[in-house]
Design a protein around this ligand. Sequence first.
Ligand code: ADP
Length: 280
Amino acid sequence: MGKCDSCASKGKCGSSENTCSVIVPSYGSIKNIIGVMSGKGGVGKSTVTGILATKLRSLGYKVGVLDGDITGPSMPRFFGINKERAAVLPGKSEEEAKFVPVETSTGIKVISLNLLTEEEEQPVIWRGPILTGVLTQMYRDTDWGELDYLLIDMPPGTGDLALTVMQSIPLTGVIIAATPQDMVTMIVKKVVIMAQKMNIRVYGVVENMSYIKCSSCGEKQRVFSKKSAGEQAEALGIPLIAELPINLDLVEKMESGEVEEFINSSSEYSDLLGNFMRII
Ligand code: ADP
């Protein structure tokens, strides 16, 4: 298979190098594009994306979220907007049509394949090249308007889809989401090395599901690893942005569509916002 076979710009750029960077233009004006990456699925990448987007929005920033986890899109469910559908604004030709993102209760603009398919259960049974094309199209053909921050819930791991985002979308930097048990494993290190090789700044790591807070005494009990999040991040060689608790209330509020109010009224997520703003 040729190196360019999966590239959204195949045949348009004249390059045959895997390291080329063909930047896809966006429709709108976006100041910062932050990718949230993980070594594998299920570690809380979408959750971290949703929490950070909510906190940035609470400061008054204009925020968008691109659900880049094409085969496991979960941002609409996170924000409780999974029953809604993104409108398509017709253009003069089919190529000029634009997606209108769905807005969450606090005004975060979200686009996800699940907001574009007829039903959210519909699986995408497409091969790599089509998936990568769809991902870049969602970025390029969405009417984002003016954004201070576009957060991208990146495809998990270091495969073709993640590579496409890194090559075709001008990321300002990435943050890594990991659980305590895989913070210092090779799958997370691979992601860090991949971003560094692509000359993309790695802001740091968010350790998700770090601890459970005792409901009686408030004591934090670490789960999955005895080593502190700080020690783990140091071993990984990148800054620790925050450690997030396992929080069943968060999951419940996602289901009832009140997750943004919950996040904004909780003190658990201030480090994530504070340290992110300090590092970026
Ligand atoms: P990923 O995007 O890495 O696949 P998700 O953010 O979708 O992972 O999380 C996987 C599952 O774990 C989801 O059901 C989510 O609600 C749950 N989850 C993630 N982080 C937390 C947390 N801190 N507390 C409770 N549940 C969580």
